[in-house]
Write a protein that binds this ligand. Structure first.
Ligand code: URA
Length: 430
């Protein structure tokens, strides 16, 4: 069958700074998914989009075309409203683990279709897979049943949702075109809209450990995604949150599960608890349940009960012993003072090099590998005290992990200004 457009014409249109029309967008996304547009042609178009940008109409049409490339899920038959959260990814970002059961404990169903990590930010599924027996893959029927009975499911997204994005994201990853805001926004939102959630809260990270290093870029991404969600009828809010330093006191799969269970037990690091509650409140507002106080459900053990039920429903043992890495090494403070900087990207790269993350899709990760953090921004430290403990099963990895941490820490005599975890909200008010 003859094609209705020519890929080279579409590439030239964008290359020369003109907007793509609706037909061109529909055709190129569909033809790429079918294999009628070659990888090298889509690479050129992605680079032209990165350099030239897209207007709001183009981004909305591109997103719709990616949604149309696959199936859409529908949770409207559930007895409760649904809400989901998506994070653009950060170091030590284990928030989904306490957040999803907490929101379910508040009466809102949480369908969390998650992914595995690539690069220095870990994936939620990798973290949960460190729990003995826990299974990430569920049939649609099992997912619906668990959402009705437990109220929450965190599982692998099936290949049927936005297949165009799957193909395009893999291509962007190897062609230096991940960082285009129109492509990031349409990639994330096509999957979330196809997933069928009633409301959505976006955690858009900003800082060294995030995609978006600058606040203005993070705000533009957040505004673009909120507009896409609202246009598609999904109540969408974004929080801009700090990722200049790791979240909590752990980065690494089993280490992060342990910390999340501490949060569910009423303890855990202050920043993890604060962000969990801030996102929970937004999810409850989005689902029309702002009458419920998530702090109460965390304190009274209901969120922990849902966590245990969720882990057990997916074959996991909530009382199982989490894996611990065989070897460890301690990084110590070299002077007295106050910790004024602990760089997120450096810690993320160290955890990754220790075996907590993968460099290529499909690689195995070490469940016990990662970094434990003993001092946070603003904490007093003394020379010789432990700052970080590095964990791995394969000690030959220590050297490269320590190299990643060479400039990760600053210790000064004076206390640094306090830092907020939640920097801003889009839109600005409730
Ligand atoms: N996460 C996604 O799903 N897509 C992107 O483009 C970037 C992050």
């Amino acid at each position: 069958m003859a094609e209705s457009h020519d890929a080279v014409d579409v590439i030239r249109t964008k290359r020369d700074g003109h907007p793509l029309d609706d037909d061109q967008i529909d055709w190129v996304v569909d033809a790429y998914t079918r294999g009628a547009v070659a990888d090298e042609q889509m690479s050129a178009l992605a680079m032209a989009i990165l350099i030239r940008g897209m207007d709001r109409r183009e981004i909305a049409r591109w997103t719709a075309a990616m949604i149309a490339s696959g199936e859409r899920m529908d949770f409207s038959s559930l007895s409760r409203p649904t809400s989901d959260k998506h994070s653009t990814g950060g170091v030590g970002d284990k928030i989904t683990l306490p957040l999803a059961p907490l929101v379910a404990a508040c009466g809102v169903a949480v369908p969390q279709l998650s992914g595995r990590g690539l690069g220095h930010t870990g994936g939620t599924l990798d973290k949960l897979e460190s729990i003995p027996g826990w299974q990430a893959s569920l049939s649609k029927e099992a997912m619906m049943e668990q959402l009705e009975s437990v109220g929450v499911v965190v599982c692998a997204a099936g290949s049927g949702l936005a297949p165009a994005d799957k193909k395009l994201y893999a291509l962007r990853d190897v062609t230096g075109t991940v960082e285009a805001i129109p492509l990031i926004a349409s990639s994330i939102m096509s999957k979330k809209i196809a997933e069928g959630t009633g409301s959505l809260v976006l955690d858009v990270k900003v800082g060294s450990g995030a995609f978006m290093k600058e606040l203005d870029d993070a705000r533009e991404l957040a505004e673009t995604m909120v507009a896409l969600g609202e246009d598609a009828g999904v109540h969408t809010v974004a929080l801009l949150t700090d990722m200049s330093t790791p979240l909590g006191l752990t980065a690494g799969n089993a280490l992060e599960v342990r910390e999340s269970v501490e949060v569910l037990a009423g303890g855990g690091p202050g920043d993890v608890v604060e962000l969990t509650l801030a996102l929970a409140r937004e999810m409850l507002i989005g689902a029309g349940r702002s009458d419920v106080d998530p702090a109460e459900k965390l304190a009274d053990g209901s969120a922990m009960d849902v966590w245990r039920a969720m882990i057990a429903a997916q074959g996991g043992d909530p009382d199982g012993t989490l894996p611990v890495a065989r070897e460890s090494e301690v990084l110590r403070a070299d002077s007295d003072g106050v910790l004024s900087r602990l760089d997120a990207l450096s810690v993320g790269v160290a955890a990754w090099r220790l075996g907590a993350g993968r460099a290529r899709q499909g690689e195995a990760v070490q469940a016990g590998a990662g970094v434990e953090i003993h001092a946070k921004h603003g904490d007093p430290v003394r020379a010789g005290e432990p700052l970080l403990t590095l964990h791995t099963d394969t000690p030959e990895r220590f050297e490269r992990a320590l190299a990643a941490l060479q400039d990760a820490v600053d210790i000064h005599a004076d206390a640094p200004p306090a830092r907020d975890v939640v920097i801003d909200r889009v839109p600005a008010t409730t």
